[in-house]
Design a protein around this ligand. Structure first.
Ligand SMILES: [Fe+2]
Ligand SMILES: [Fe+2]
Length: 310
């Protein structure tokens, strides 16, 4: 009963988040001219006159004070310090209990896929993170593309998912860019990572076309593993086995971290993003199952709702 209540609470939290995101997008569209002011601070390479002439001809829709946008909607409202990041309630051990056979298959696929990473990278957490992010940045873009094409072909609204999926892909790519600033994989590691990503891209594209419900479940479980992996990363830093170096500039700007932020703060921020992806993708899978894909519809009011357990 308690698990069921927690499941409903989680679903409502995700629904609230997604509804807030839709409203924020609408507000951003309304205030686009104001955002153009922020372009004054944009850093463009080149000498002054060239830079000025580029800025003068820049279309207004490209002018934004902060790009790409972070995942959590309140990230830019305050500068994040270690205590704030640690206080985030993200549900570190949260696990969606699989009940359908396809959900169990999704879980086993992710568990199995984790094995080679354990063998190759063991506790080289920076390298593991690069591998994880190269793969994790694929599903949002694939899902967004397929839903976009389906929406065009079916000439109907997609339920408001596409923007969120693309935003997620971009967020994952920013995770990758951040880790590439901290540690550089050697050539054979880059080759291995690129090969795995190519294979995963083909697998996930096919899966999304056949069963988007299972595809989102796979991502939900992949994100559960990501949260676990980043929790181990933090433990390694705390144990002194990974040096807690200064956070790279790209991370300070993207997550609005305090100037003295360290690698540990970055891992905390990345882990919080992964938790959001975990909840969102499990929620998307549950919505497909419930036949209630529009994010503006209340999922709990539908007759055919899955028995969600955490
Ligand atoms: Fe990520
Ligand atoms: Fe993620």
């Amino acid at each position: 009963m308690q698990a069921r209540a927690f499941g409903i609470k989680t679903t409502l939290k995700v629904q609230e988040h997604l509804t807030r995101m839709i409203r924020r997008d609408q507000k951003a569209a309304e205030s686009a001219p104001k955002a153009a002011k922020g372009a004054k601070d944009m850093q463009l390479a080149g000498p002054g006159p060239v830079r000025d002439s580029i800025l003068a001809t820049m279309p207004s829709e490209l002018r934004t004070p902060h790009f790409p946008e972070p995942m959590r909607e309140n990230t830019m409202d305050q500068q994040w310090r270690t205590a704030d990041l640690e206080a985030l309630d993200i549900g570190i051990t949260k696990h969606r209990v699989p009940d359908l056979i396809s959900d169990k298959l999704a879980l086993w696929t992710v568990k199995l896929a984790r094995r080679p990473t354990d063998i190759f990278f063991r506790n080289k957490y920076l390298h593991r993170s690069v591998m994880l992010e190269v793969v994790a940045a694929v599903p949002g873009m694939v899902g967004g593309l397929i839903r976009h094409i389906k929406s065009l072909q079916g000439m109907r609204h997609d339920g408001g998912w596409i923007g969120h999926l693309l935003h997620e892909a971009e967020n994952e790519r920013m995770h990758l860019m951040t880790w590439m600033e901290v540690g550089k994989p050697v050539l054979w590691e880059r080759a291995l990572i690129a090969t795995v990503q190519t294979g995963f891209f083909a697998f996930f594209s096919l899966l999304y076309m056949v069963s988007p419900r299972t595809a989102h479940r796979v991502v939900g479980y992949l994100e559960e593993e990501a949260v676990t992996s980043y929790t181990h990363f933090i433990a390694e830093i705390d144990a002194g086995r990974i040096e807690n170096v200064k956070a790279p500039e790209i991370a300070l700007a993207y997550w609005n971290l305090a100037p003295d932020a360290t690698l540990r703060d970055v891992v905390l921020a990345v882990r919080a993003d992964e938790a959001l992806h975990r909840d969102t993708n499990h929620h998307f899978s549950d919505r497909i199952r419930a036949g209630c894909e529009s994010l503006l519809d209340d999922m709990d009011s539908t007759g055919d709702k899955p028995n969600i357990k955490y």
